[in-house]
Ligand binder design. Sequence first.
Ligand SMILES: Cc1cc2nc3c(=O)[nH]c(=O)nc-3n(C[C@H](O)[C@H](O)[C@H](O)COP(=O)(O)OP(=O)(O)OC[C@H]3O[C@@H](n4cnc5c(N)ncnc54)[C@H](O)[C@@H]3O)c2cc1C
Length: 302
Amino acid sequence: MKILVSGGGIAGLACALEFGRRGHDVTVIERAPHLRLTGTPIDIRGDAIEAVEKMGLLTRIQARRVRMSEQTQFLDIHGEPIALMPIAEIGDSDDDIEILREDLVGILADAVSDAATIRFDDSIKVLAHSDDHVDAQFASGRTARYDLVVGADGQYSAVRRLVFGPDEHYLRHLGVYFALAHLPDEPHTEGANSIYNVPGRMAGVFRYGGKAVAVFEFRSESVDYDPDDVDGKKQILFDAFADYRSWRIPELLEAARVDPAFYFSAASQVHLTSWHRGRVVLVGDAGYCAAFLSGRGTSLAL
Ligand SMILES: Cc1cc2nc3c(=O)[nH]c(=O)nc-3n(C[C@H](O)[C@H](O)[C@H](O)COP(=O)(O)OP(=O)(O)OC[C@H]3O[C@@H](n4cnc5c(N)ncnc54)[C@H](O)[C@@H]3O)c2cc1C
């Protein structure tokens, strides 16, 4: 079959690998100009461990295993620890494999290079599906016909919108937003992860593998935003913390302001009664996003 996969994230690359190895002609189309590598370490858990073993990737994944700092500490306004949370209290099981999101994307992309073609900087604009094929029209102006189209384009899937209907029918907002920014100038010490709370909000610094990221979470009613508008998403974060200047909040917000790979997401779940319509199918967050709060998104995608 000639297969189009929309989205070069975890689900899209895993899917492309499996189809490509079975001899199908697979193209992955990724909207970003390159693979998106941001993200805190993610967990491969439960059945997903067996899935990566069947894909022949378990050894490579285990070799890149990281351990988040052994402790997370809650800080007071002066940056002094007021409570400690041992990592053992957060993990599911000792079998969980924690790996940098960028390493997992890298391992999948490497494996996929013989099995599929990845095309960057393009996305699907129109899909017309019939019983025996799907016609796609791309933002670049290209058109092509496929036997199967896979929507692996994340929580705000374009494929879902085009074939299943508008987001508001399927997305359930859980009332929390999450953002990440790189801290390239943070000293490379392997200290505890730090969390600082103000009412309804938290800012923190997480460290892993010699790197550090600023992490933000805040409660909010659903905010309308364009997932493609990075400046608009940064503004939502700045507005949420506008009244708070304590601890390292201004400095962490500044890191978000200058980070081109800034990541912002609503904690939302996707609920569909079916994951396919004819020859169009959804996988990963596009079809069954459990929200980042679940700690299961990557495992479900795999
Ligand atoms: C940059 C980034 C950082 C993340 N950081 C974290 C984190 O720190 N913690 C956490 O729990 N989860 C994080 N996630 C989400 C987590 O990776 C997913 O929940 C999980 O892995 C499920 O993967 P997925 O492939 O379904 O979706 P995603 O990993 O979101 O991948 C979707 C891919 O589709 C691409 N895409 C989107 N729209 C289109 C379109 N219209 N056309 C073509 N391509 C499109 C995106 O650029 C992305 O590469 C992050 C996701 C991304 C993209």
